[in-house]
Design a protein around this ligand. Sequence first.
Ligand code: SAM
Length: 268
Amino acid sequence: MSKHEAGHKARKRFGQNFLQDESIIRRIIRAINPKPEQHLVEIGPGLGALTEEILDATGRLDAIELDRDLVPILRTKFFNYGNQFTVHEADAMRFDFQQLIQDDRPLRIIGNLPYNISTQLIFHLLSHSHIIEDMHFMLQKEVVLRLAAGPGENNYGRLGIMAQYFCKVENLFLVPPSAFHPAPKVDSAIVRLVPYKTLPYPAKDHQLFQQVVRTAFGQRRKTLRNNLKELIDSDALERIEIDPNLRPERLSLADFVKISDYLADIKG
Ligand code: SAM
């Protein structure tokens, strides 16, 4: 459906860039590989560029769309799919994904996300990762690089550590601005996040772990000694064999868990 057919003008404030490149759409659907017995959730279906192919392949699709003008367009377009398709007029950042669970089937989340809310939304979804089988997102390329980066890499930071704590992260492929209407100013990429059934580095206290990571990256150019001084002193860091003079971007996920577990032990 083109923007003219739908009579809908793309809205900047909702981050609307609609996919129009058929070969990219097919490539995304191949990467997602939806199956009839699965339950998918699409965030921000827009005019439905990905929706139809997903509906043809899967058993159930819930879509969450914030723009109330798009909701009736989607309902009309996919009316023939009956109960297989439900549109929720809602803000995905506040949406309770647990309410969608039926028959204990985990959710497969997909979305070409509005770039201004993508990191916050990913943090929101990570807190639901126990009910999620996997997530495929189109994001600004830099955000995908941040999600997938390891210690010492330029883009490594809080977002990547939190995502990699809960999920296996795969940077799948790049998508150029020309694939969208209107074309965004930045390159995009598709990322796959698969929540671990058993966390590889489970922290004794998840909240504390999150606090340690947030505090350690409080000021990126400062050392751990400085950033973490309210939580742990440098002698204690040395005792657990972490150099307090390092900057946070040198530490692995396992190192952050080690700091958090030390603090959990002394808290009792
Ligand atoms: N999936 C469509 C496509 O690929 O052509 C549209 C993608 S467009 C980049 C982002 C979509 O997310 C828009 O339809 C927009 O209205 C919707 N959206 C923006 N903020 C949202 C939010 N907080 N919750 C749910 N949907 C949102």
